[in-house]
Design a protein around this ligand. Structure first.
Ligand code: ADP
Ligand code: MG
Length: 314
């Protein structure tokens, strides 16, 4: 069991940003509207995610860190009905097997020391859940040596928090690094205002497109503002941060109808599809997804971007 957790850990999490992603997705799955992320040394010394979600009952704390104990998948069909971020029940098991881990909810907490699960003990009341991950990979040299510098790890985390905040504009997010507030997004702030802060560009328009069983939302820069790098195209599927070259290509092709091909937009595009039209279980860290009808998705995104840019001309 211990060994399996540690092997799985390498697939689910190999960098602090993956831990942040799993913990933030858990907070959102729990219905949180406010998520605070604290890190020290780019997350290498400490990652703490606090949320105001529904919390965990004390008797469920040990299950939360046990592999597959909370899996929402009982059969093959269930894989097509996933509408939470988490579904395999392996993230906390993996993370707690490679760190000094603590989870605290309501009046109780549970610590795990590199896979060694402690007892549930009473603790001061917290209305929500706080998960603390310290010294990631410190006892696993083979993994520890692949961590980058605190500065690069922090950079990845900053980028992730920007992406998840843009995909969930109705939630508040705060990122604190070495006790300094790096990012703060309030649920009362519009998507455009968040976009302006994040991309440093005023000429942004909202994308709002809908067709049968499919909704595309987000923002994109107008063609009069042009970037020379294409790493500012953020993509979400059902409000999860994903990487998807097909979607990126679709956005770029729509944008490049009138703009030279060496110029790029900034964009954050979320595509909402029915759970049975996308497979989110093809990658351990859930960074990639597979659409059953990717041709249609490509065309819809292309259309959504073209309509937005044509409509917003000048
Ligand atoms: P999964 O998200 O795939 O179910 P995880 O290992 O990420 O697996 O989490 C295990 C379980 O712990 C979740 O299913 C959930 O019941 C509980 N849990 C984890 N984080 C939180 C949180 N922030 N608030 C409430 N419950 C949580
Ligand atoms: Mg999860």
């Amino acid at each position: 069991e211990h060994v399996a957790n540690k092997i799985a850990a390498g697939e689910v999490v190999d960098r602090p940003v993956n831990v942040v992603k799993e913990l933030v997705e858990n907070a959102l799955d729990a219905g949180a509207t406010e998520v605070k992320i604290e890190i020290l040394d780019g997350g290498i010394s400490l990652i703490r995610v606090s949320d105001n979600g529904r919390g965990i009952e004390p008797e469920d704390l040990p299950l939360a860190v046990m592999r597959f104990a909370t899996s929402k998948i009982n059969n093959y069909e269930d894989l097509f009905k996933i509408n939470t971020y988490g579904f395999r029940g392996e993230a906390l098991a993996a993370i707690s097997s490679v760190s000094n881990f603590n989870i605290k909810s309501g009046n109780f907490e549970l610590s795990v020391d590199f896979g060694k699960v402690g007892e549930v003990t009473p603790s001061s009341f917290y209305d929500g859940t706080i998960v603390t991950v310290k010294n990631i990979f410190a006892k696993i040299p083979a993994r520890y040596k692949f961590l980058k510098s605190p500065v690069s790890e922090q950079k990845e985390i900053v980028k992730y928090v920007k992406q998840i905040a843009l995909l969930n504009p109705d939630k508040s997010f705060k990122l604190i690094s070495n006790e300094k507030i790096l990012l703060e997004f309030s649920c009362n702030e519009t998507l455009i205002s968040k976009g302006k802060k994040i991309f440093g560009i005023d000429e942004l328009v909202e994308v709002n497109y809908e067709e049968d069983g499919l909704r595309i939302n987000g923002l994109i820069s107008l063609p009069n503002v042009q970037k020379f790098r294409k790493d500012n195209i953020f993509i979400g599927v059902n409000k999860r941060v994903v990487k998807d070259n097909m979607i990126a290509q679709s956005i770029l092709q729509a944008y490049h109808r009138k703009i030279p091909e060496n110029r790029y937009p900034v964009a954050s595009i979320n595509i909402e599809v029915l759970p049975d039209s996308v497979d989110v279980n093809i990658h351990p860290a859930k960074m990639f997804v597979r659409f059953y009808n990717s041709n249609r998705i490509f065309k819809s995104i292309f259309k959504a971007v073209v309509e937005t840019l044509d409509f917003s001309k000048n």
